[in-house]
Design a protein around this ligand. Sequence first.
Ligand code: GTR
Length: 326
Amino acid sequence: MTNLKTYTAAAAILAGSVLSASACEVTLRSSDTHPDGYPTVTAVQYMGEELAKATGDKLCIEVFHSAQLGEEKDTIEQTQFGVIDLNRVSLGPFNNIIEETKVPSLPYIFRSVEHMHTVMDGPIGAEILAAFEAHDLVGLAFYDGGSRSFYNKEKPITQMSDLAGLKFRVMQSDLFVDMVSAVGANATPMPYGEVYSSIQTGVIDGAENNWPSFESSGHYEVAGYYTLDQHLIVPEVLVMSKASYDKLSADEQMAVRAAAKASVPVMRELWAEREKVSEEKVRAAGVEIITDIDKTPFIEAMVPVYEKYVTTDKLKDLVTRIQATE
Ligand code: GTR
């Protein structure tokens, strides 16, 4: 059952937004966990401008940033129900719902961000986006999420064995729980918004994320060691509620898809800039950054994770094709 409290909070905020709606006939409500100014938020706002232009101000987008509508797992359910129209989320929270999303969420599946772009911009990415339809969602576009690495408050991690016994928060995905166990640490799945205080109070020792999230969430203030093992290059995704999408005319649906697509290069540019700015800020704050780490044991440790999650012919085929993509 959907968390009733979150559902009601979202509904109340959304009702308020309808009263203050702009001149647009339809204002699509979009959710994002990140603060205003974060690349994903700005990219969806840009998409909204493009959409308004293309539809003569008939369709607009309002981005509810900073998790105003709730944490990702809950907002995904609300998007499936049509309470929220658009949602920008990581692929991680979809892993337990849409099996195809597990493949680009596998640790070390992509050799680089460029490799991830080539795969997700091509037929494999299109196939994964299409998989959302069976779950009351329309997959519109993939965004960048850089690479995710471990940070903690206890000690510098210079080799995989240093992770033993530490407790890390992961996104709410079984795959990530097993990923953390595979490197010898303990995983606690929890919503993003609870991580800061959980590190502060010692419920967990750390978490894992990319530069911009590590910085914008303030986690670097409570976790002073960041080890660039880069275990995940997991893309982010922009989805639309199928219920909201089906209310639009064919032309409007095309305009939504085109505007989402147009926001991708904008997002990538903003992302590249933000990665640098966030890294500088974190370094300036005195966080110890460990860059010299041998990734081989990490990659080898993931073999059982692949065995556990890549079980069907469809998923095996996707993995093989991704690995074969130059
Ligand atoms: C961020 C991502 C968010 C959210 C968050 C998390 O990098 O952009 O969508 O998934 O990580 O760890 O929960």
